[in-house]
Structures are given as C-alpha cells and as structure tokens.
Design a binder for this molecule. Structure first.
Ligand code: ADP
Ligand code: MG
Length: 267
C-alpha cells in the first residue's frame, strides 16, 4: 500500500516514532508519528525550534541514533527499501554512497588527525574503489575547487584545526559530494556561520541539488533561510509535523499558530 502511494519518492517516511529509554519510566517519545516524502531532486526543509526533534529525525533516517534511541514504529523507505529493517552493515553501505549528512559542527565529524585530502580521498574510495592514487588526488582537488576553496592544492594538505568554520563546512560538503549521494541531509549546516558564508554554503547546496539532482533535507531553526532554498517546508513542533506547505504558501498563508510564531521571530 505505502509502496504504491510513494512510488515516485526517493525517501518516504511513514508514521515514524523514535524513542529514548528513561530510567524507571516509560520511554520518551521525541519523534512522534511523522510522515513525509522527499522526491528525487527536491529540497525539503524541516523547520522548528531547538528540541523539536529535527536532529533525531535525521539520525533516524541515517541510522545514526545514539544513547539507546530506537525506532519504535513506522517505516523509512529509501527507493522503496525499508531502512528500519536493514542490518547495520547494509545501513553503513548506504551512508556515504547513497546518502550523506552534514552537520552544524563539522569538527565533530572531521577526523582531527587526518589531512583534508586524506579524508576526501577516503570518501571517494567508497564510491570508486579502483582508482589510481593520482586520479583520486586530482578528484580531491576538483572537489575542493567545486566547493570554492581558494588555493585548493595547499588547503588539501591542512589538518581540520587549520581551517576556519566556513572552510570546515566546505570540506564537509566536499566529503559529502565525494560519494555522489542521491540524498543529502544538512542539519543546521549554516547556523554557526556568518551571514556571507551562510549564503555561500546555501548556494553550494542549491547548486549540488540542481546539478546532480540530489534530494536534500535541509534542517534549520531559522525560517528566514528556507525561503531561498526549499521547495517544500515541514514545520516541526514537539516531535510532530504541524504544518507542511510550499515555501510560497507557507509565507502567504501560514496555517498553524506555531508557524506564525516562527515568522515573527524572523529578522
Ligand atoms: P532539534 O534538533 O530539533 O533541536 P533534537 O532532535 O536534537 O532537537 O531533540 C529532540 C528531543 O529529543 C529533545 O527534547 C531532546 O531533549 C531529546 N533527546 C535528544 N537526544 C536524547 C537522548 N540521547 N536521550 C533522551 N532524549 C534525547
Ligand atoms: Mg538539532
């Protein structure tokens, strides 16, 4: 049934419930029966205040839940395959190859001990295992240029701590691009950045989407950034999706009081 009705979707989340264990009490439900689709080439934004369940939703999709977090109900169909029923090994295969994620704090996912070029090369290796080191290094430089890193050959030799926040985020995007993912989840990727860098990173994500047809889930607490980037917006509140609309409709005619609150908070 769900397979039929979501046939054209890249990702189809159906009645997802994610819980965490609580000492001596019932489990805490942090994602509470949410459903949405991402079509190939679509940019879907998830907007909601801090604590509304956005990151847990993305971790559920990526298979990266920590601290005993579990999917208690629902299905997550990626190209028709239910991720919830997949083994850890199968999920790992999908990450990096089919779906990638970038985070607000790239330091948490970059390896501090490895040079930029090594980290991008490792991501490339997953996608194209049989490639000469020379060819792979050319591709590394090409990716760094694609994310508009100046002096790419030099920056390639740097360690993460030698980069600014914006540069780290660009490297993270380069790593995500290396796997040529069909789906990119960007969890507040611009929140820690200044306005100019923020706009550049948004443009890069949009460019990746329009050039490669990558489906994107763009997560933010700031409604003002979604207008430029998203096709559709999901508003999340206390673990639920309280509103879903095109960007135009959301701004023209917000339905939920919570959405109106987010609009008042816009600069
Ligand atoms: P957002 O990304 O929207 O700011 P999160 O998805 O990180 O919010 O968190 C949603 C809710 O889940 C929050 O109320 C948070 O306290 C709770 N939560 C997150 N991680 C855990 C955990 N490891 N154990 C228990 N509750 C958690
Ligand atoms: Mg979050």
């Amino acid at each position: 049934m769900t397979h039929d009705s979501h046939q054209d979707a890249l990702l189809s989340v159906n009645h997802l419930v994610t819980q965490f264990p609580a000492k001596g009490k019932k489990n805490i439900t942090v994602v509470d029966d949410i459903s949405f689709d991402v079509k190939p080439g679509e940019i879907v934004a998830i907007v909601g205040e801090s604590g509304s369940g956005k990151s847990i939703t993305s971790q559920s999709i990526m298979g990266l839940l920590k601290s005993g977090g579990t999917i208690a109900n629902g299905e997550i169909l990626y190209q028709g395959h239910n991720l919830v029923e997949m083994s850890k090994k199968e999920r790992r295969k999908l990450r990096g190859k089919e779906m990638s994620m970038i985070f607000q704090e790239p330091m948490s996912s970059l390896n501090p001990m490895l040079r930029v070029k090594t980290q991008i090369a490792e991501a490339l290796k997953i996608h194209v295992p049989k490639q000469s080191p020379k060819e792979r290094m050319e591709k590394v430089i090409e990716l760094l240029k694609q994310v508009e890193i100046p002096n790419a050959e030099t920056v390639a030799t740097y360690f993460p701590h030698q980069l600014s926040g914006g540069m780290r985020q660009r490297v993270m995007i380069a790593i995500a691009l290396a796997g040529e993912p069909n789906l990119l989840i960007a969890d507040e990727p611009t929140t820690a950045l200044d306005v100019t860098t923020q706009a550049q990173i948004l443009a890069l994500i949009k460019d990746l989407n329009s050039r490669n047809g990558t489906g994107v889930i763009f997560i933010t607490h700031d409604l003002s950034v979604v207008a430029d980037i998203a096709d559709r917006v999901l508003v999340m509140y206390a673990g639920k999706i309280v509103e879903e609309a095109t960007v135009y409709d959301l701004f023209e005619n917000p339905q939920h009081p919570y959405t109106m609150g987010l609009m008042k908070a816009m600069p």
